[in-house]
Write a protein that binds this ligand. Structure first.
Ligand SMILES: Cc1cc2nc3c(=O)[nH]c(=O)nc-3n(C[C@H](O)[C@H](O)[C@H](O)COP(=O)(O)OP(=O)(O)OC[C@H]3O[C@@H](n4cnc5c(N)ncnc54)[C@H](O)[C@@H]3O)c2cc1C
Length: 508
């Protein structure tokens, strides 16, 4: 063996001897586990629910598995694509055949498509016929004042709502921008950070001197950012990660909830409720005894490092006592209540996608915030379900507004969703058309573009970074899109991995 190989050998040995427990088996936890298992570390994943994937999920509707959680990713940054290429190299990556957006809830129950030339609903040209249909003549004239007003100087307004209202008036804010931000992000336009939601818009505004011009500029420069998905659905990615982890000897325990964390003598102890018995849902490593974090006694795991990959409430309660930082423990988890009812319907009238793919309601005009016509969006899904059969996702619950479905029975929620789908799509969908349905109850995590998100998460990250051998990942820190979650989980785990192997802040 050469001198150069010696330290490398030590490093490999050290990686093998490092036991890491990942708490939470959503996409963030799985990415973290994979990054650690890849270098030979001994990884145990504990997941509270009966399955992996978290908000990447599917269910059986009408006898077929269909997605009920995340169904695609943004190509921004490229992290999800890199992950898919790595763990699922044979996957068929697809783009939506249609991703058009409509606004519903206009006068006399009308709906109209968004103009093509827009960013976050802000039109490049207020005189576009599509814009006029949504905001009327009065709104169009007011929006045109943007062109005549003195140019805005850079960086003066980070709030999307205030920027749009100031430049283009209330109608653009209320009927073009708010329907998108409320439906997509669960945020009022005032609470969206322009620079994060539409990078480059402020610079373009300084360059062009007016907001419409900046939008036109940005659309020309934009290129690149798009949406991709998997033929067969995102749960394929979860299955691939699970398979890779098992092949690397990871110990994956479902039905195992972490209830406590403690650190003593340079090692972590993780209290775990459930999942200790070899039940059907538990995947044990394929080989010998070198594959699991040492179980000191039933319900307790010992590890050299821990990755907390849960939702915010669980992360704060697990990490709070360890960090001994009252501000960290006391912070209220961010997010809004959202319910999503997925309807499988027999409705040949929808074959032609009468209102495109995304229909956003003008806030206050409907009990739903909007709808996604999934079969209009994904060719593979439509093909699989067959002609005349459609999958619709109807969302409820916005900022400061509890979901209209909250507290009602499942049957009532389905009825409500079918009524709202009728209002949003203009196609009557009586209960007799509903073949099957699923109701999902979530806390919608703010996106990275929520104003104040960065400051809030920087504080949490700084507190976590003070403890050795621990990392926290997940949507509550990165912002909610898969592109952010995967990229951040990758980077944070890399930080932990390096610290553990080479020492320094965050290491053992
Ligand atoms: C309906 C819906 C649709 C979405 N669609 C898209 C989309 O199309 N594209 C997109 O980019 N994003 C989408 N998102 C957002 C995206 O899916 C999520 O941000 C992302 O999946 C979150 O991953 P995560 O691992 O951080 O959290 P989660 O998926 O919530 O995973 C956290 C896991 O931790 C587990 N856990 C919690 N506490 C404990 C504990 N004490 N012990 C052990 N385990 C614990 C939970 O059971 C869960 O499995 C959507 C979100 C929702 C709700």
């Amino acid at each position: 063996m050469t001198d150069a190989a010696e330290p490398l050998h030590d490093l490999v040995d050290q990686a093998r001897q490092t036991r890491v427990v990942v708490i939470g088996g959503g996409i963030a936890g799985l990415v973290a586990a994979w990054e650690l298992a890849k270098v030979g570390m001994t990884v145990t994943v504990v997941e509270a629910s009966a399955r992996l994937g978290g908000k990447v999920a599917s269910t059986s509707l009408g006898g077929r598995e269909v997605e009920i959680g995340a169904s695609c990713w943004s190509t921004r940054g490229g992290a999800v694509r890199r992950l898919v290429d790595e763990v699922l190299p044979d996957a068929a990556i697809v783009r939506p055949r249609d991703d058009s957006e409509w606004i519903a809830g206009l006068a006399r129950d009308a709906a109209a498509p968004l103009p093509v030339e827009q960013v976050l609903g802000i039109p490049a040209n207020p005189w576009d016929e599509r814009v006029r249909r949504i905001i009327g003549w009065g709104g169009t004239w007011r929006a045109y004042l943007d062109r005549l007003r003195p140019p805005l100087t850079i960086g003066t307004q980070r709030s999307l709502g205030r920027l749009v209202r100031g430049r283009m008036g209330d109608k653009v804010r209320d009927r073009l921008v708010a329907p998108l931000t409320v439906d997509r992000f669960g945020l009022l336009p005032e609470d969206v950070d322009v620079e994060v939601a539409a990078p480059g818009l402020s610079t373009a505004l300084t360059r062009t001197g007016w907001l419409g011009g900046a939008v036109a500029d940005l659309r020309v420069d934009a290129g690149g950012s798009a949406t991709e998905g998997l033929d067969g659905g995102m749960p394929l990615l979860v299955a691939a990660l699970r398979e890779r982890l098992v092949a690397r000897g990871a110990d994956i325990r479902t039905g195992a909830r972490a209830t406590g964390l403690a650190r003593a003598d340079g090692a972590w102890t993780i209290e775990v409720d459930g999942g200790a018995d070899a039940d059907a849902a538990t995947v044990r490593p394929a080989t010998g005894d070198d594959g699991a974090a040492e179980a000191s006694d039933a319900g307790r795991l010992r590890a050299d490092a821990v990755v907390v990959a849960t939702d915010e409430a669980a992360a704060r309660s697990l990490l709070g006592p360890v960090l001994e930082d009252p501000a960290f423990t006391a912070a209220e988890p961010a997010g809004i209540a959202r319910e999503v009812v997925t309807l499988l319907v027999d409705a040949p009238e929808l074959d032609g996608a009468p209102r495109g793919v995304h229909v956003h309601a003008v806030p206050g005009s409907s009990r739903a915030t909007g709808l996604v016509h999934e079969t209009a969006r994904w060719e593979w899904l439509a093909r699989g379900l067959g002609q005349g059969r459609h999958l619709l996702r109807i969302a409820f619950g916005g900022p400061g507004v509890a979901p209209a479905t909250a507290g009602v029975s499942d049957a009532e929620a389905v009825r409500l969703a079918a009524d709202e789908a009728y209002a949003l799509l203009g196609v009557r969908l009586g209960e007799d058309r509903v073949v099957d349905a699923h109701r999902g109850v979530y806390t919608l995590v703010p996106p990275a573009s929520a104003l104040g998100h960065r400051e809030r998460t920087d504080e949490a990250r700084a507190a976590i970074a003070r403890a050795p051998g621990v990392a926290a990942v997940g949507a509550w820190l990165s912002g909610s899109g898969l592109a952010q979650v995967v990229a951040d989980a990758h980077d944070e785990t890399d930080r932990l991995r390096r610290a553990v192997l080479w020492g320094g802040a965050g290491g053992r």
